[in-house]
Design a binder for this molecule. Sequence first.
Ligand code: SF4
Ligand code: SF4
Length: 376
Amino acid sequence: MSSPVHYTDMTTRAERSLLDKTLKLAARAEITDLIKAGDLVAIKLHFGEVGNLAFIPPPLVRVVVEMVKEQGGKPFLTDANTLYVGKRRNAVDHIETALKNGFGYEATGAPVIIADGLKGADYVNVPINGKHFDTVKISSAVHNADAVIAVSHVKGHDLFGFGGVLKNLGMGCGSPAGKQTMHSDLKPEVDPEKCTACGICIDKCPEGAIERVEKNKAYIQANLCIGCGECVAFCPVGAIPINWETDQATIQEKTAEYAWGVIKPKQRKCGFLNYIMNVTPDCDCAPWNDVPIVPDLGILGATDPVAIDQASLDIVNRAPVMANSVLGGKEKTEDKFMAVSGRDTSYIINHGQYLGMGRKQYKLKSFWLKQSKKES
Ligand code: SF4
Ligand code: SF4
């Protein structure tokens, strides 16, 4: 058994612009048909950090928005707040970043709604019975949407090797506390030098594991702590440092389980578009974008997130390297993302298949390629 993955390359001409191709792809992959009148449709994006220009351009998002509206749906653009302190750590900063990068209503035709609310506290515990998690903390606006269309930029990532739809949905839809649990099993500790004794973490801790000690500063009792990450996410001064420590297999598998937490409750209401363009060595979270490692290669559409990520990886690995990129001089590299980051990209895909999200085996159904003589 294999899953269909629809594909078109980056060649364009009259009536075959990338906008036309996106719409055709959505129709062929039956993403258009997922949307019913009245559906609230979460279009899951990464708005990019300020300084990064490799994210998916707003006009490509606009055609997806228009498609949803034509079906009678009510689209909104969404992403969850970050764990790290940056320009997307709360909803105000996050929306400002989205606006600076061109995702205003006038450009896309849809409002930006930050999926986990003002400070990342709005999430739903979704049962998944995974290998690592019984439940995952999925941002409310994504969980409560009737349908999800993930519009994912395929690029490198220093922890995952590569980012496709599984990474976009998994890490991207987890609340900040959920992100902490994906990143580490280690129990957090308070830095007394930074702690201002505000007490927020004490209120947020679901286990009553935090007590006040000398000068009212917070102290985490390791024997009571369940490692949920809430205190890390809510400390306003970063006095409970983020633990980034994890092995690559574990973080990828945990992230696949979060992606499953998005998809599982709304099966047959999720569609995926992967853009293999501006394939930068780093994630869109970086406030810069280095030279892409391969040329722009095309767009894929599917309703199987495992298959579309596997196909995206295969297409990148078959492509020539860009001479002026970090892979310049390594033309024979077979696994390009491994060569960039030293990370094995297979864990997230294998675990996605293990969880039942989809299949690694796919059948590529191409259309409107450079050499196409007639329309199909
Ligand atoms: S939230 Fe941070 S600053 Fe406030 S008491 Fe807890 S550790 Fe200290
Ligand atoms: S990780 Fe969770 S359980 Fe542990 S101290 Fe922080 S809030 Fe409490």
